[in-house]
Design a protein. Structure first.
Length: 549
């Protein structure tokens, strides 16, 4: 995740992983925390116990550097955290999920009370913990609006995070077929303008998620058309010929479905604006009707093709399809928006869903694995809006996948202040190295170049605003071996064609990671606003009661 400007032309992204730390560079929070702890310990203990106080600080700092050093498999601390998390999940029973059922819950609760012996109690406790209302990827999700033929407004209260509302929109995309460079440039600029317009302090939007679902071609619509248009007197050979055409055109073909998901944080500004539209939840719905209409207009002006707002049933159908790709993505016949979880369990590196094919009625099993794409693992380079093309339509990766990017929008003033601070610290580090006669540090030079570009993009009078981003990729296969091969193929495609040096697999909590590529806005916890930004928000206060808006 990194700050960048929301401009619409080819941009240099990658390498810069966050704001500069006290110890220089873009260090991890664990390293900064422990280094700060041992630094303070040295200052306190050295006057008290002399040499040993200094030794504690030096040894502790050295171990911190060693244990938090980045490798192609992550740091020692990161690997240890994964093992600890996985052991805890297995112990508690949260590595499995079953949709909540009142009668079954009562039976399991009774079984837990009656269990005798250590093993029996542990097993009963695990079975009870596995039954939850929502799957891990959508923990704390409910609905503000879920009526038929109405935009589905999801209400999220994830544990430890700010509550928010989200709405998903389907789009057909900016380009169809071969387009000129000028058309591509205008489309990219239009998307940048959409993001910039939502980043202003007066706007209520917090995050924007883009999602592309890559799945096998479905000939159901063509078959339905044939059934309606077929001449009863048509020769059997002609009918068989058309069936062969459908089979041949759909063989090994993958299609893309595109979504844009917008998040509205339930903060003081949102509640203040909602009061103008009514009391309580009615005011929220009234405000959201206008926000949704504004977003549809914005996405249309951003040249994203046909824009449609998903209802709650259609959104739940997409989530069910992503868990069980054997379900058609538009199959809504049996969908209940209040129940969109499918029985599953986790392995250390996979989220395994046990479902049913609604067409044949056969039991199916799907294995999912999710990886995160961070800026620090992305090679620095100029990229256009087509830089992910190999991942979306590449012929070398013939498996179902979801590709999602989350963007947190940052108002210009705050983003510009952060860019200036980062640039100042990078220049100070470069000057310090030069005065010591040391060779310029690659990370410092690269970060300084990125900060300079951000500062120039966000200069006074510029239409751009700031943003932080992170990407996720979920792949799906039928069994463990196929998932293993797909993981290797994805890593090869990302490293050779996209310039992604390393994919970080979200192992030990793959079920929750699956939710980062669902159309619900999960996956990006942006850094809290600066003290100056919070102070400015306080100064702005609430809108006047007499004001129209």
């Amino acid at each position: 995740m990194t700050n960048t400007a929301t401009s619409g032309v080819a941009r240099y992204i990658g390498g810069e992983s966050g704001h500069r730390s006290f110890f220089g560079g873009t260090q991890s929070k664990a390293r900064v925390g422990f280094m700060g702890l041992f630094f303070i310990a040295t200052l306190v203990l050295t006057p008290i116990i002399g040499f040993w106080g200094l030794a504690i600080g030096v040894v502790g700092g050295g171990l911190t550097m060693l244990l938090t050093a980045k490798t192609h498999r992550g740091s020692v601390v990161d690997r240890r955290k994964k093992r600890t998390r996985w052991a805890s999940r297995v112990k508690l029973g949260t590595d499995a999920y079953e949709p909540y059922d009142v009668a079954e819950w009562d039976q399991r609760e009774q079984a837990l009370r009656e269990a005798k012996g250590r093993v029996a109690k542990w097993t009963a406790r695990r079975e009870l913990a596995a039954m939850r209302t929502n799957p891990d990827g959508a923990d704390g999700m409910g609905w503000l609006q879920f009526a038929r033929a109405e935009p589905g407004i999801a209400w999220h209260a994830p544990t430890g995070e700010q509550s928010y509302l989200s709405v998903a929109f389907t789009v057909t995309g900016q380009m169809s077929g071969v387009e000129s460079a000028s058309v591509m440039r205008r489309a990219a600029e239009a998307w940048g303008q959409f993001l910039a317009s939502r980043a202003t302090p007066s706007n209520l939007v917090g995050d924007v998620q883009t999602l592309t679902r890559v799945l096998p071609a479905d000939s159901a619509l063509q078959e339905f058309w044939v059934l309606k248009a077929l001449d009863p007197t048509a020769p059997a050979d002609a009918i068989k010929s058309y069936e062969d055409v459908l089979n041949l055109t759909g063989q090994d073909a993958m299609v893309q479905r595109h979504y844009v998901i917008v998040r509205w944080p339930l903060n003081a500004a949102f509640r203040d604006a909602a009061r103008k539209y009514g009391e309580g939840r009615d005011g929220w719905r009234g405000l959201m009707r206008q926000e949704i209409a504004s977003t549809v207009r914005g996405l249309t002006e951003a040249r994203l093709g046909q824009v449609e707002t998903l209802t709650a049933r259609k959104l739940a159908a997409v989530i069910l399809h992503q868990q069980n790709p054997s379900r058609p993505i538009d199959y809504v016949t049996d969908v209940d928006p209040a129940s969109f979880g499918i029985r599953s369990h986790d392995e250390f590196s996979a989220h395994v869903v046990e479902g049913t094919d609604p067409i044949t009625g056969a039991d199916v099993e799907w294995w999912h694995r999710t990886a995160v794409v961070k800026s620090e693992n992305l090679a620095v380079g100029a990229r256009s809006q087509l830089w992910m093309l190999d991942l979306l339509i590449g012929s070398d990766i013939q498996f179902v996948r979801s590709v999602s990017f989350h963007l947190h929008l940052v108002p210009k003033n705050e983003a510009r202040a952060s860019a200036k601070i980062d640039l100042t610290r990078d220049r100070a580090a470069a000057l310090s190295n030069a005065e010591k006669g040391q060779v310029a540090d690659d990370e410092t030079s690269m970060n300084m170049s990125a900060a300079a570009r951000r500062s120039a993009d966000l200069a006074h009078g510029s239409p751009h605003h700031g943003g932080a981003w992170v990407g996720y990729i979920t792949i799906s296969e039928r069994n463990r071996d196929a998932l293993m091969r797909a993981s290797r193929a994805l890593e090869e495609t990302c490293s050779s064609g996209l310039g992604i040096d390393r994919l970080e697999w979200e192992d030990s909590y793959q079920s929750a990671a699956s939710g980062t590529t669902w159309p619900i806005g999960r996956g990006l916890a942006a850094a809290p606003p600066s003290l100056a930004a919070r102070f400015a928000t306080k100064l702005a206060g609430k809108s006047e009661k007499e004001a129209i808006s």
